[in-house]
Design a protein around this ligand. Sequence first.
Ligand code: GLV
Ligand code: MN
Ligand code: MN
Length: 368
Amino acid sequence: MRVTVDTAGNLRGVYAPDSGDSLPILLIGSHLDSVPNAGAYDGILGVLMGLALVEGLGGRRMPYAIEVVGFSDEEGTRFGIPFIGSRALTGTLSDAKLLDSKDALGVSVREALMQYCASHPDASDCSLSPNTRAFLEYHIEQGPILESRNLPLGIVSSLVGQSRCRLVFQGSAGHAGTSPMVLRRDALAAAAAWMTRCESIAIEIEGLVATVGQISVEPGGVNVIPGVARCSLDVRHADDSVREQAVEAILREARAMGAQRGVLIEAEEYHSQPAVQLDSAMTLLAEKAVHSSDYQHIRMTSGAGHDAMVIAPHLPTAMIFLRSPGGISHHPDERVLPEDVEAAIQAGLCFLDEFAVFATRKESNQRA
Ligand code: GLV
Ligand code: MN
Ligand code: MN
């Protein structure tokens, strides 16, 4: 494979034994980054699956090239913004204020990429080759459904949309011993009261999930009333209008809580990723491949975000889930069963054969 690291830090390898630059390309991959105290399979398994499929071809020539990609940053752990690697491939990285977003140490995405690229002077351009025809992503399910149905593999038909917000609760710091409770403007107490409302709103709306995963408090002394609390908020639903209305309701609730307690609220939704329906022809191909390998499957909606969401509006995309024992993910106990990986490889090799027909048919349709 010809291997490069591109200007967004994505690791990319092209398998094209025929060396024909004009061949159609099948993109396969997932992400290399992780979350705090993570497991070993979220993302990376999808990159290794791409390599395993190329290896499984044993040098066999296909009528198309395969590009395996390891996306540099999907989780958004460092900058709060997800899908940096895949957005770079689709040319949408420079949208909005994304490149100016900063990490906890004040380093912007732009600066981090420049530093990284300086250590990879042979970095290639990020955008996908115009010959790229389709994308296949493997990923662990990260939930309990496949295990409960006793199935190794699932086919993803859609992915829920997600919003990310930042909130600042600005109260007044003060002495923990001398300030009477009724005279306080405690930023953390206001944030805590809002969080329980957030949970109730999510429970009331079928299919909605809302998570406050980060909170930081200033000045952070054991005997000091919190003056500032900064929180993250992640909201997801399969229906974009339900999600957007829920975000409005949750942020309204924060302002109401602040007004009751004399705490100023700054709230912004800085990321809104619409729900995505995956390509029907590619999804059928993936289903056919699973069946040809004698495995059963179900169609599923993904509650997790994946690079497939970002690529799908640009390329026909399919996604295959592998069962997650115990439904555990974003946790060090995250696992995958070796026999399920074997099933995924077998189905993947069938997929590559099916894709040969698909790609050739598409090419001749395009020429006609
Ligand atoms: C990625 O794992 C996400 O769904 O947040
Ligand atoms: Mn993840
Ligand atoms: Mn992932």
